[in-house]
Design a protein around this ligand. Structure first.
Ligand SMILES: NC(=O)c1ccc[n+]([C@@H]2O[C@H](COP(=O)([O-])OP(=O)(O)OC[C@H]3O[C@@H](n4cnc5c(N)ncnc54)[C@H](O)[C@@H]3O)[C@@H](O)[C@H]2O)c1
Ligand SMILES: [Zn+2]
Ligand SMILES: [Zn+2]
Length: 385
């Protein structure tokens, strides 16, 4: 089959690889009908999240069940499903406590309590490095889905692939960021990053009763997209001091909730880079720092942008003095996916309005280039095998 294979930083190409096959009784093989490139894939593409062996990329995918393992009870050949990105056994301590990204069984070799830099990680993710389980991803014609009774969800017939695809990751991820903040209604929510995850968090903020939603991004075309599809207010950090602007928009207090939907590879100036080099840091935590400054006392900061390395000078003093609540991590997609399918099915939210590029899988390399370099006003790339 054909698949988008990571070879080395900057090189993801479509190769002919072996077809996946059933390995465990609980597996299914999916024929992929739609798959997307995620900002998380860009951390591998840039080399910041390390991977040495060639690997089939992709954790946002859906498709038709082609082959069913003997132990699978809930799916049959021909079912059309979306697949949440964390690989979860459904039975271990964390799976049974609503924390499926921390599944104790799916990441057999590299799982551990430590969460270290290279040694111990949480549960496995599709197509997301050997450290996260070494499973082939879904930017391919076919994909093996383990524990198939647990995560895949049958898609309502009235939904197109494009309407359903983002239930695998970015909509539940944006939703988690807002759900963690437990809005009561009327809050001001500032969302750093207006890429696919930020745009989904904006949608979630409105659905959960925010009074004001403010998008922050250095790319004007992404802010324009946010205004167009989500009717939010916008701030560009290249033009204004975002922290000061947010304070002056909120009576001097700061936003009730700040969301980091950027992660450890933000836009950086020369000084930021020098600081990182001196501190032996990879990437930057400047967006977390901005969130901690821009949030009001007693407010919540939700971090869904990915962080993979330690940082010195962590502003713990500000967290303490302001009594800030912080939530973060891989999104527990399974906790939300059924509710969110309902919202899409009932037309309470539109998800496919962020897609700017639909390409054949054969053009995956071009998709990565466009999305990584933010060319051609690219916001979200969908690949069709
Ligand atoms: N926690 C999870 O489960 C989960 C799931 C999906 C994605 N992610 C992570 O979420 C992050 C965003 O993903 P995405 O798909 O939207 O990627 P993306 O790279 O398209 O979006 C990031 C956006 O942040 C903007 N940005 C850069 N510097 C900024 C700054 N200083 N202030 C404000 N905005 C800034 C960029 O211009 C870009 O629009 C990534 O780190 C990704 O790995 C996490
Ligand atoms: Zn993703
Ligand atoms: Zn588990």
């Amino acid at each position: 089959m054909k698949a988008a294979v990571f070879h080395k930083p900057g090189t993801i190409q479509v190769d002919q690889v072996e077809d996946p096959r059933i390995q465990e009784g609980g597996d299914v093989i999916l024929r992929v009908t739609a798959t997307a490139i995620c900002g998380s894939d860009l951390h591998i593409f840039s080399g910041a999240v390390p991977q040495t062996n060639p690997m089939v990329m992709g954790h946002e995918f859906m498709g038709i069940v082609e082959e069913v393992g003997p132990a699978v009870k809930n799916l049959k050949k021909g079912d059309r499903v979306v697949v949440p990105f964390p690989i979860a056994c459904g039975k271990c301590f964390f799976c049974s406590h609503g924390a499926s990204p921390h599944c104790e069984n799916s990441n057999y070799e590299h799982y551990g309590p430590d969460g270290g830099l290279t040694g111990q990680k949480g549960g496995a993710l599709f197509g997301y490095t050997d450290l996260y389980g070494g499973y082939s991803g879904g930017q391919a014609e076919y994909v093996r889905v383990p524990y198939a009774d647990i995560s895949p969800r049958v898609v309502p017939e009235n939904l197109t692939d494009e309407q359903a695809l983002f239930l695998t990751d970015i909509f539940p991820t944006g939703w988690s960021a807002i759900d963690w903040a437990q809005l009561k209604g009327g809050e001001t929510v500032a969302i750093f990053g207006s890429g696919p995850v930020g745009l989904m968090a904006q949608k979630a903020a409105w659905l959960k009763g925010a009074g004001r939603v403010i998008a922050i991004d250095p790319l004007d075309y992404r802010l324009e997209k946010a205004r167009e599809v989500n009717k939010v207010e916008t701030l560009n950090p290249r033009e204004v001091d975002v922290v000061e602007a947010l304070r002056s928009m909120t009576g001097g207090r700061g936003a009730d909730v700040c969301v980091d939907a950027v992660g450890f590879e933000p836009e950086r100036n020369f000084l930021d880079k020098v600081k990182a080099t001196i501190n032996f840091e990879k990437g930057s935590m400047k967006v977390i720092e901005m969130c901690l400054r821009a949030v009001r006392r007693g407010g919540t900061v939700s971090i869904v942008g990915v962080y993979g390395t330690p940082y010195d000078n962590f502003p713990v003093h500000r967290m303490f003095d302001k009594a800030i609540t912080i939530h973060q991590g891989q999104a527990p997609v399974l906790n939300y996916v059924d509710e969110l399918i309902g919202l899409v099915k009932e037309d309470k939210v539109v998800l496919d309005d962020i897609i700017t590029h639909t390409l054949p899988l054969a053009e995956a390399s071009k998709g990565y280039e466009l999305f990584d370099k933010k060319e051609d006003d690219c916001v979200k790339v969908v690949l069709k095998p």
